[in-house]
Design a binder for this molecule. Structure first.
Ligand code: MN
Ligand code: MN
Length: 379
């Protein structure tokens, strides 16, 4: 074994140990998954070792790995060489190094210096303020999880299902989703034809009843998509995912085929204009039950749409003036020959009716403003 290889192995072991310590501490602070923190630690230590050139390692055998001490446990590996702001995930971590070294030897203070290291990094406190729902949150939950649904079999009436194409909270006892949430922008749209492969969702726990397409037969209701088939036309699998029965509610034909569809069309018109959307939809109340009581028919249908004036959706682009459309409409033939704009309400109204909290990841000051307005047409 050459001294270079020996050194590399020793450094790697040291790097892993040190990174694990640092990220375990970070993991505790942030209450994030400890295993995830360990994994990040290991990855970072490999990344730092791969940046060592073999020549430098062989040429400096006297630089044996430093011994772990109380003080160095919480400091990043770069402290032994040269740190810059990209070595830190949070401002407080950079500040700890800055406070330790006299005279800012790592040049972490900006220009002009203000005594605060790496001002642009996020702060711990800001990060813990965002509710962490799951480490694998999809794009379709970035604005929040309206009912804090979990993928726990013991939570059958608020059961989180995350597809690539959308996320939803399923209600086993109602046989329908409580809500479905999805993003809509040009990247989801193509030319795939409607697959029409309505089918039970076999991903549901095996002991639960799985609603079948035939359960809607001989009722007065359509199998009404929440994430529309036409919002997922890039690939066959995307389009097919919208035909899982867990994406359906019983919808009155006038609702589904007229006003509801017109709002779906309007949404895609906005995307064609270069906007991106974040949509949450569901039903509220119970009108009746169909299919021997297995499926609840909502009294009303509702939808919340956040519009961003850019083809790429980004929570940072949502301001107090952003267009937010909310509708609440009867799930009955009473909506025949009306227009979807007749049913515009504020998000606050939909929150009151459903008891859900929408858009909870948007900063509270902006959330309060956009939720209180009735804002179907951009001002
Ligand atoms: Mn429909
Ligand atoms: Mn809210």
């Amino acid at each position: 074994m050459t001294p270079g290889v020996g050194y590399a192995i020793a450094s790697l072991a040291f790097g892993i140990a040190k990174s694990m310590l640092i990220f375990c501490k970070l993991g505790m602070v942030l209450s994030i998954n400890r295993v995830l923190a360990l994994a990040i630690g290991v990855i970072l230590s490999f990344a730092s070792i791969s940046s060592l050139s073999p020549i430098a390692a062989i040429a400096s055998p006297i630089n044996s790995p430093p011994v772990l001490t109380e003080d160095s446990n919480s400091l990043p590996a770069c402290i032994n060489t040269d740190c810059d702001c990209s070595d830190f995930q949070y401002q407080e971590d950079a500040q700890a190094v800055f406070d330790l070294e006299s005279g800012d030897s790592h040049h972490l203070d900006g220009n002009p210096p203000n005594g605060k290291a790496c001002d642009n990094l996020p702060s711990h406190s800001k990060v813990v303020a965002i509710p962490i729902v799951s480490p694998t949150d999809s794009d379709h939950l970035v604005l929040g999880n309206p009912t804090f649904a979990t993928s726990d079999i013991n939570n059958p009436n608020n059961y989180l299902i995350q597809e690539e194409e959308y996320a939803l909270s399923y209600n086993r006892d109602k046989g329908i989703p409580n809500w479905v949430s999805w993003q809509l922008n040009q990247t989801w749209l193509g030319s795939v034809e409607r697959q029409n492969d309505f089918r039970p969702n076999n991903a549901l726990p095996p002991e639960w009843y799985r609603v079948k397409p035939s359960d809607y037969a001989d009722t007065n209701y359509d199998k009404g998509h929440l994430t529309p088939s036409s919002d997922r036309t890039l690939s066959i699998s995307d389009n097919s995912a919208t035909f899982l029965m867990t994406n359906m509610i019983p919808q009155s034909p006038a609702n589904n085929r007229e006003v509801w569809r017109e709002l779906e069309d309007y949404s895609r018109d906005l995307v064609a204009e270069g906007k991106s959307l974040y949509i949450i939809a569901g039903g509220s109340g119970e009108k009746e039950r169909i299919s021997d009581g297995k499926i609840s028919v909502p009294e009303k249908t509702w939808k919340v749409i956040v519009v961003v004036d850019s083809p790429n959706f980004d929570i940072e682009k949502i301001t107090k003036d952003s267009q937010v459309i909310a509708v609440l409409m009867p799930n009955s033939e009473a909506v025949r020959q009306t227009s979807w704009q007749d049913y515009c309400v504020s998000v606050d109204t939909v929150e009151e009716v459903t008891g859900y909290d929408f858009l909870s990841h948007i900063p509270k000051s902006i959330q309060n403003q956009i939720e209180s307005k009735v804002n179907c047409v951009k001002q």
